[in-house]
Write a protein that binds this ligand. Structure first.
Ligand code: PLP
Length: 457
């Protein structure tokens, strides 16, 4: 493959592909990067250059690494037998993956298949609205979301989006979505620390519920660890209080595990680090590590029960479908993906290598004044860069991008929050595959160390 001449591919891409999150003017002076092969954590571009991928496919997806033949085999075997059937019929891998998934999610019970993280979230939003109509005369239908969280790219998902820079120019948005404050202690909104800060940030959610009226608020949708909004790990005490508040006001708790799901934080799901009992859990990226497109909205039995109350009423079920929710490649790949995570002990590796990465990154803060805050859970880490440690002025986007580019030049692909968008985009993001070794972890942090020295002195 690497011996091929990729120039026709490059020309075809330049002529016809509209790239994600990208200003195409840049391609007037250079070629696009085409990733042509991957193995483990390595990827090769069209020129045969090898990179160590520290972001699992750019957006935290390829949890078990590249080149997994057993996943390809499982998908092939399934596709030649039965590739697709949609609607009310089930499928063999659909049933078996649901059973395997639920076995890792005590308290949850039903898996609703769909295509993308955005869509999985929209399914949960629709369920919340329908529950409001079924139980509360349509009133308890508002959905709370948090500043800096992201739940997807469709209009309703953007309506629940806490990153204004992603929303600019795409309004008007759907009504009924209300923002609550973020919980990042480094950008403190209250003069408190530790557990007191966590509880205060959670109390801010209750203040919004009380302001809006508890009889109008149906659900609270949160990322367990905010991803693209800054790799925000919750302060201690936050989640316990959030759970209490939801129970007190009969607000359903929707956890968006699109990034944290399937091992990223060292537990099967991010929420399991915090003892949360959710009503909805949505997931996508790591479910099949990008080997096939699959996403799901998982609900508790309590939620599912609300949708089978009156068989004589034709409207009294979840009247929703996803065409490609009937593809079998996704669950076939997902079963094998979970087997790999289990059999190779990848949750343990995530905890061990995540701790090593965090230690290495913390060591950088002793050496580089630009390292303002280091955060992380498992193999999901962020380094917030500042121009001034005293007043915590964020480092400007161009300089942060130069650090990312310098790492790239040295063969390590890292990410940054909301690249190409103005706003809180001063955090380096790291999320290598869960198979990462100690040597690879050290190479990632050494490369960042060198890049900070080159760019900032
Ligand atoms: N939720 C979170 C937390 C995400 O980070 C993303 C995408 O990055 C989504 C939802 C949307 O997922 P998708 O791009 O599959 O629609």
């Amino acid at each position: 493959m690497l011996d091929n001449d990729f120039s026709p591919v490059v020309e075809a891409d330049k002529a016809h592909v509209w790239h994600h999150l990208f200003q195409h003017k840049a391609l007037e002076s250079r070629d696009p990067r085409i990733i042509v092969e991957g193995k483990g954590l390595s990827v090769w571009d069209q020129n045969g250059r090898e990179f160590l991928d520290a972001v699992s496919g750019g957006v935290w997806t390829v949890n078990v690494g590249y080149g997994r033949e057993s996943i390809a085999d499982a998908v092939r075997e399934q596709l030649v037998k039965m590739n697709y059937f949609a609607g009310a019929a089930g499928s063999v891998p659909g049933a078996l993956f649901a059973e395997k998934l639920i076995s890792k999610m005590p308290g949850m019970s039903r898996v609703y298949y769909t295509n993308s993280g955005s869509e999985a979230n929209e399914k949960a939003f629709k369920m919340v609205r329908q529950i409001a109509h079924k139980r509360f005369g349509g009133k308890k239908r508002k959905i709370l979301f948090r500043e800096r969280d992201y739940h997807g790219t469709t209009i309703a998902a953007l309506s629940a989006g806490g990153q204004p820079e992603r929303n600019a120019q795409y309004g008007p948005f759907a009504p009924g979505f209300v923002e609550v404050p973020h919980c990042l202690e480094y950008r403190a909104q209250w003069d408190l620390t530790g557990e007191a800060y966590g509880q205060r940030a959670a109390d801010a959610i209750e203040e919004v519920i009380l302001r809006e009226g508890p009889d109008t608020v149906g659900a609270l949708c949160l990322e367990p660890v905010t991803a693209g909004g800054g790799v925000i790990t919750p302060p201690p005490g936050y989640w316990e209080r959030v759970q209490e508040i939801c129970r007190k006001h009969d607000v359903l708790l929707h956890i968006d595990e699109v990034v944290c799901g399937l091992g990223r934080t060292g537990t099967w799901f991010g929420y399991q680090n915090y003892g949360i009992e959710p009503d909805f859990v949505t997931m996508a990226k790591g479910v099949a590590s990008g080997y096939a497109a699959i996403a799901c909205c998982v609900t508790s039995e309590r939620v599912f029960d609300l949708f089978k109350t009156d068989a004589s009423d034709p409207l009294d079920h979840f009247r929703d479908i996803s065409t490609f929710g009937g593809c079998t490649a996704g669950p076939a790949a997902a079963i094998e993906n979970m087997r790999i995570i289990e059999d190779e002990g990848l949750l343990d590796n995530t905890l061990a290598m995540g701790a090593r990465l965090l230690d290495n990154l913390n060591a950088l803060s002793e050496k580089h004044a630009a390292v303002g805050d280091v955060r992380g859970k498992g193999l999901f880490c962020g380094v917030e860069l500042v121009a001034d440690r005293g007043d915590r002025t964020p480092l400007d986007e161009k300089t942060v991008a130069a650090v990312v580019a310098e790492c790239d030049r040295n063969g390590v692909i890292i990410g940054m929050t909301n690249r190409s968008l103005p706003g809180l985009n001063n955090t380096l993001c790291l999320s290598p595959a869960l198979t990462v070794s100690a040597e690879q972890i050290d190479r990632i942090s050494d490369t960042i160390d060198a890049a900070l020295t080159t760019v900032l002195g």
